[in-house]
Design a protein around this ligand. Structure first.
Ligand SMILES: [Zn+2]
Length: 214
């Protein structure tokens, strides 16, 4: 309910019509209030299909359509759908191996920072001086690697909530993350290059921007 702005990918105008009418009828509650005099079909007919505009990626088409958001103008453009295109397998394999090693290093750095270690059951918080039983630590902190890998460790004092991580340990995690970030960037670039190359022959898909109040 409210102000709806959609950017929807559809393969053809018939699918677009069906999807639009279904969404519109559902959100407008068309069945019960009659749609305020405006039928889904009539709303659909107001879409400006700009066949001459073909973008070489979804992102570029999406960015173009952003300018119409909030203006109640419904516009559709075409883009080359390269979402299934992947880089040359050997190059992808090489970079994935590099990323895997970097991820291992990051995970090891996070694990090494964990104050809960073998043989150590108590820890004195350097801030509030509480003696904490590491066995019963329930507060966890999540770490996210640049590729989305998540790791949770007990690293918060349950009394003062200060982090129990040492500065050195944090620096090691940062360095490992920075290393990963570079590889993730290289990997994304590989995909971008492969997709840009394949754009000419890729199937054309409509991106339809629609907007209405319901
Ligand atoms: Zn504390």
């Amino acid at each position: 309910m409210g102000h709806v702005i959609r950017h929807t990918s559809v393969e053809d105008t018939e699918t677009a019509r069906m999807r639009f009418c279904e969404d519109y009828a559902e959100e407008y509650n068309y069945e019960s209030d009659g749609g305020g005099g405006c039928t889904p079909e009539a709303e659909y007919r107001s879409i400006d299909w700009r066949r001459h505009l073909v973008f070489d990626s979804y992102d570029k088409a999406d960015e173009y359509l952003n300018q119409f958001d909030g203006r109640y103008v419904d516009v559709a453009v075409l883009y080359a759908d390269t979402s299934n295109v992947e880089p040359v397998p050997s190059r992808l394999k090489t970079i994935d191996a590099r990323l895997g090693k970097a991820r291992d290093r990051w995970e090891k750095a996070v694990d090494a920072a964990n104050p809960v270690k073998d043989g150590k059951t108590f820890h004195t918080c350097p801030y509030c001086k509480s003696r904490i039983s590491l066995k019963h630590l329930s507060l966890t902190v999540s770490f996210y690697a640049p590729d989305g890998t998540r790791r949770e460790i007990h690293s918060q004092c349950p009394v003062c909530r200060h982090t129990l991580l040492s500065e050195t340990a944090c620096k090691r995690i940062d360095t490992a993350a920075e290393n990963m970030r570079g590889i993730v960037k290289d990997r994304n670039r590989l995909f971008e290059e492969a997709r840009a190359k394949a754009a000419d022959k890729a199937p054309r898909v409509w991106l339809v921007k629609t907007e209405y109040h319901c």
